[in-house]
Design a protein around this ligand. Structure first.
Ligand SMILES: Cc1cc2nc3c(=O)[nH]c(=O)nc-3n(C[C@H](O)[C@H](O)[C@H](O)COP(=O)(O)OP(=O)(O)OC[C@H]3O[C@@H](n4cnc5c(N)ncnc54)[C@H](O)[C@@H]3O)c2cc1C
Length: 520
């Protein structure tokens, strides 16, 4: 598109699955500007393998039960019911828009993920499901004349007037600050895995939506619940490529460096135990190994090589690039931060407490995932709740206010500032060491103190990367404050100093309002 408009009807920040699905819904009501901070099909962001749906052998009640069990008492049942009941319609819609899910003959093939009682995940080209859905949604959005998608436009904040959203501020692709006025804004900026030293998330997952919303007065919820994926490829100087739970569903074993299968000691479901149990078991095995550079192995060598290659073509090819043939070699793995269950607090239609502000996808806390996410539910959440937020936002349509559009000092889009990179590294180490898979009061207090000391250095960001650093810093504080306040262990939040549930006090959502953490 040629330049950004001074005003539009709706702004969607984020061109992932949630943002694009919402934009398609909004296009019937007015002009939609979709902003992405990188290219739309950022190849890093496309490793998603499976989307939950309803197979013939499945039932709504079983999917509901699996989701509620994974959420460890904190899912909002109404939100989960909506997710599951609206799934078939959203999947049919994707198929009608030409998503090619894998089939056996004419029938859709459903796979099984960990902690699920039935085969209910659809795949596309084996393990390129996210890529295929994003391709479809982008093509659909592109075909609608009211939607403009603007890549490399970095949103820095929200404009408000008398408590109502009136537009967004951003740094455009040339490094120039801009403002775009609009009736309503949807935040669909994805996750915040970059808070941690080890993460499966792409570079863009810096918690921008949560930070932007919080600064504008939005409540955030359940921030302490960060899911750590148990098995990311662990090799020095190699990105933490995700080795999907589907590998374990297909029969892969986890072995410690003594070559023992160990998960049976930790959970009756063994390799199919919930993510957090597997991640903690691996951390424990790594600790007892006393290795300087610890890891465990994922073992597929007993499975039929041709089947593994066919079912996991991208995982096979990626590991081969690093000289690991997954059909013959053991794969070194470690856990890595993977998914944020919490985020900007919304109602069942994506609405936040700030008038005119909505959130959907991983940025939002709809109550669907509770204290831990069931695999494959997040892509589904993107399409179901993206569509719902889009529908609700249509009602916000009103004359957009005009913005000043005064020329402002240009920002720098580069080069890399070593000072900023150093601060990001410090945040990632602090979060990994003190607010990671196993937490404890003293460590978290130390993390808060260090983060607060760092604040002045991040107060006046001058580049996009400095904005990301400030967003990570704020997201880190929000995660740590919530984790410190929740004096129990639940779902993905594990505290060694309070290892049990405390239902009496904490069978509730944490909500941060300004400087207070409350449980509601
Ligand atoms: C490796 C990996 C594998 C996964 N596998 C699965 C799976 O198999 N099944 C499943 O259900 N889930 C999976 N997930 C989780 C799932 O992929 C995500 O939760 C989901 O893609 C999030 O979608 P989204 O639309 O919320 O955000 P994203 O797809 O992350 O999109 C975020 C968008 O926001 C834009 N953005 C961010 N900040 C700004 C800013 N400041 N200004 C402008 N634009 C901005 C980005 O450019 C991007 O376009 C996986 C995640 C990872 C990392």
């Amino acid at each position: 598109m040629k330049g950004l408009p001074a005003e539009t009807d709706f702004v969607v920040i984020g061109a992932g699955i949630a943002g694009l699905r919402a934009a398609i819904e909004l296009a019937a009501a007015g002009r939609v500007l979709v902003l992405a901070k990188k290219e739309v099909t950022d190849p890093n962001a496309l490793e998603m393998q499976a989307i939950a749906a309803l197979s013939d052998e499945d039932e709504v009640t079983l999917h509901l039960q699996d989701t509620l069990s994974a959420g460890d008492g904190l899912c909002d049942p109404a939100a989960v019911k909506i997710l599951i009941e609206e799934a078939p319609g959203r999947i049919e819609e994707l198929i009608a828009w030409a998503t090619q899910f894998d089939r056996g003959g004419t029938k859709l093939v459903f796979g099984r993920e960990s902690a699920t009682s039935r085969n209910r995940s659809l795949h596309a080209q084996g393990d390129s499901t996210g890529r295929e859905i994003l391709r479809t949604l982008y093509a659909k959005a592109h075909s609608l004349k009211h939607i403009s998608v603007a890549p490399f436009e970095f949103s820095t904040g929200l404009l408000t007037d008398a408590g109502r959203i009136t537009g967004v501020s951003l740094i455009d692709d040339k490094g120039v600050p801009q403002e775009v006025a609009c009736s309503a804004v949807l935040l669909a900026t994805g996750g915040m895995g970059q808070l941690y030293r080890n993460t499966t998330n792409p570079e863009l997952a810096t918690g921008d939506g949560v930070a932007i919303a919080f600064r504008a007065g939005a409540e955030v919820s359940d921030m302490e619940f960060v899911q750590f994926h148990p098995t990311a490829l662990y090799m020095r100087k190699v990105p933490r490529f995700l080795l999907s739970e589907a590998l374990r569903s297909e029969g892969a074993y986890l072995r410690n460096i003594e070559m023992d299968r160990f998960l049976g000691k930790y959970h009756p479901m063994g390799e199919l135990a919930p993510h957090d149990v597997v991640a903690r078991a691996i951390i424990h095995e790594m600790e007892v190994s006393r290795a300087k550079d610890p890891f465990v192995y994922l073992d597929l060598t007993h499975l039929a090589a041709a089947k593994v290659q066919k079912r996991f073509p991208r995982i096979y090819a990626t590991c081969m690039q690093h000289n690991v043939d997954i059909t013959e070699d053991l794969i070194p793995v470690r856990p890595a931060a993977h998914y944020a269950m919490g985020g900007v607090r919304t109602d069942l239609n994506g609405k936040t407490n700030v008038s005119g502000l909505y959130a959907a996808g991983e940025t939002a806390a709809t109550g669907v995932h509770g204290a831990n996410r069931l695999p494959s539910n997040s892509l589904l959440e993107g399409v179901v709740y993206g569509a719902r937020a889009g529908k609700a936002m249509r009602e916000e349509l009103r004359a957009a206010p005009t913005t000043s559009r005064q020329p402002k000092t240009a920002y720098s889009n580069g080069p890399v500032d070593p000072g900023v990179e150093d601060l990001i590294g410090q945040i990632q180490d602090l979060m990994w060491n003190e607010v990671g898979i196993v937490r404890m009061r003293t460590g978290m207090q130390k993390a808060i103190k260090s983060l607060e000391e760092m604040a002045p250095k991040l107060a006046h960001p001058k580049t996009r990367r400095a904005h990301e650093a400030a967003n990570l810093h704020l997201a880190g504080l929000l995660v740590t404050r919530s984790a410190l306040a929740r004096e129990e262990s639940r779902g993905a939040h594990y505290r060694i100093d309070c290892p049990d549930h405390d239902d009496k006090k904490f069978l509730k959502h944490s909500v941060i309002r300004g400087d207070k953490v409350v449980f509601v």
